[in-house]
Design a protein around this ligand. Structure first.
Ligand SMILES: [Zn+2]
Length: 241
C-alpha cells in the first residue's frame, strides 16, 4: 500500500476544505507509530517503495503554517506544499474560485520560509489557480513557469512536482506538465499503483478520513472498498479545491 494524501486547511471550522487540528496530529502520530512510513514524493514513486504515504497540502493556506507545521516538525516527517504563488500574503479568492467556496487567508512569504526550514518542500500549483482546460498552450506555459520562477527566486529551489488546480486537465495540459515536472497529482481518489502515469497520479483527499476514529488500520485492506464508496462524493467537492 502506498498513497499520497491531500490536505488543504488544518483548522476546526468544519469547511469542505478543512481537516480538524487534533485529528491531523492524531493521524500523523498513528502513522508514525505504525509500519507505514511518511516519505517524500520522490521516494514514494520508486517501484521498490511500499507501506508508505506522502503528505501534500494544496494552495498555501495560513493554517498550514499555524497548525500543521508544528506537528510535522515535532514528528520529523516531510511534506509537500503545492503553492498558488499569486495568492501569497493574500486570500484564496482567485478569479476562478466559486463564490460559495470558503475563504481562507494564505501564508506570507515569511511563513512559507518557516515551512521550508521545517522540512516542507514547495511545489507548483500554478500562479493564479485557473481551470487549465480553458487556457491556450501559451497560457498553460506562463502559469507554470511564472510560479516556478517565483518559488525559485524565493526559496532557491525549482519545483519538481505539480498539482492541477481543481484536478482539472486535458491531454495537452498533461503533456506539457509531464515534460516539465517529475510528477503531477490529480484529485482521483485512489491508492498509488504501478500502472499510474507520473503526470496523472491519484491521491487520497483526507476530507473523507476526518470522521474516522482511528487511522491505524486504514492503510490496509479496508481502504479500497472505502474509497469506492467515497468516489461519488468527491465530484461535489471538486469545484472548490
Ligand atoms: Zn488548489
Amino acid at each position: 500500500m502506498k498513497a499520497i494524501l491531500t490536505f488543504h486547511s488544518i483548522d476546526d471550522s468544519g469547511s469542505v476544505l478543512s481537516f480538524p487540528v487534533r485529528k491531523f496530529a492524531q493521524l500523523i502520530t498513528e502513522v508514525v507509530e505504525s509500519k507505514t512510513r511518511i516519505c517524500t514524493l520522490d521516494q514514494i514513486v520508486r517501484p521498490e517503495t511500499d507501506n508508505a504515504i506522502a503528505i501534500t497540502f494544496d494552495d498555501g493556506m495560513e493554517s498550514v503554517f499555524k497548525n500543521a507545521l508544528p506537528v510535522l516538525k515535532a514528528a520529523g516527517v516531510p511534506a509537500h506544499l503545492y503553492l498558488t504563488t499569486a495568492c501569497v500574503g493574500g486570500n484564496n479568492r482567485w478569479p476562478t474560485q466559486p463564490s460559495a467556496a470558503p475563504e481562507f487567508e494564505m501564508m506570507s512569504q515569511a511563513q512559507l520560509e518557516h515551512c521550508v526550514e521545517g522540512g516542507m518542500l514547495i511545489e507548483n500549483h500554478t500562479a493564479t489557480h485557473p481551470d487549465m482546460r480553458a487556457l491556450s498552450p501559451g497560457e498553460v506555459r506562463d502559469e507554470c513557469l511564472q510560479a516556478d520562477r517565483w518559488i525559485d527566486a524565493a526559496f532557491g529551489r525549482k519545483p519538481k512536482h505539480f498539482a492541477y488546480p481543481y484536478g482539472y486537465y486535458n491531454a495537452e495540459v498533461a503533456a506539457f506538465v509531464g515534460s516539465h515536472y517529475e510528477t503531477a497529482v490529480t484529485t482521483k481518489l485512489k491508492m498509488l499503483s504501478s500502472q499510474d502515469s507520473m503526470a496523472e497520479l491519484p491521491r487520497l483527499d483526507t476530507y473523507y478520513l476526518q470522521k474516522r476514529g482511528s487511522y491505524r488500520s486504514f492503510f490496509s485492506f479496508q481502504a479500497n472498498t472505502y474509497l469506492k464508496l467515497r468516489n461519488g462524493l468527491r465530484i461535489i467537492r471538486q469545484m472548490v479545491s
